[in-house]
Design a protein around this ligand. Structure first.
Ligand code: ZN
Length: 241
């Protein structure tokens, strides 16, 4: 293999690694945001359930008060009934007592529903509070991991850039410049590709006999179709010429 090919292949390998590192680095803030969002959602569930518990507790208390007011009312009517002079007056008071009892019974039924709902909500709140604690622990660990990953990426990127500089200095300026122009189109793909049975390994187009001949000699050639720089892996090395 020609020196220009092996040097440029190394540069390309380092560029691909750098592009992968950059892509990974860019996802880190999004990952952090996703974690915070998840944690926020669990926290909101606890807030909402706490509000529901308070609502049921208030409702139960209000019904207790309404019930004791009605019980007082019955006592008063009973006292009043003892002094009733007419039978019709007495009967009206008895009817009022009966209807007040019915009201109390309705309130008690509603109150039992509130008590059941309160118990269920309290259980759900306990579960949600545990979930929140677990989410908090997980988020903390994951955030720490992401921060460490970001640091590792920075360190590795610096080392890759340094190596790239060294290998780029070994490349012929003309071919390095051509490669650089191609890379401006897309930094995430390979622009130096091998010949595969007389065809471009990138787009599979058969190349002309003249280009093939040049490639076999180890000259810099490009694909007419996709523009990739082509090389013949079996071309003699510079030392064998
Ligand atoms: Zn091609």
């Amino acid at each position: 293999m020609k020196n220009w090919v092996s040097h440029l292949l190394t540069v390309q390998k380092l560029d691909m690694r750098l592009a992968a590192l950059e892509t990974k680095y860019r996802t880190i803030p999004l990952e952090k945001e996703r974690l915070k969002e998840e944690y926020r959602a669990v926290g909101e569930k606890v807030i909402s359930l706490t509000a529901q518990v308070r609502k049921y507790e208030c409702s139960i208390k209000e019904k207790e008060m309404a019930e004791s007011e009605l019980t007082e009312k019955i006592k008063k009517i009973q006292i009043q009934s003892a002094t009733a002079k007419k039978n019709s007056e007495y009967q009206a008071l008895m009817n009022e007592i009966a209807s007040t009892h019915a009201k109390i019974s309705d309130i008690e039924t509603e109150q039992l529903k509130d008590i059941d709902a309160l118990e269920e909500t309290k259980k759900a709140l306990l579960v949600a509070a545990e979930e929140k604690k677990a989410a908090e622990r997980a988020a903390k660990t994951e955030l720490q991991d992401l921060t460490e990953t970001a640091e590792q990426i920075k360190v590795e990127a610096l080392s890759v850039k340094k190596q790239r500089k060294e290998f780029a200095s070994l490349c012929e300026p003309a071919v390095l410049e051509l490669y650089g122009r191609l890379r401006e189109k897309d930094r995430t793909r390979q622009w130096l590709v091998a010949l595969n049975n007389g065809a471009c390994a990138n787009c599979a187009l058969k190349i002309t006999p003249q280009t093939l001949n040049e490639a076999k000699k180890g000259q810099v050639t490009t694909c007419d179709n996709c523009g990739c720089i082509l090389y013949d892996p079996s071309a003699p090395s510079d030392y064998q010429e």
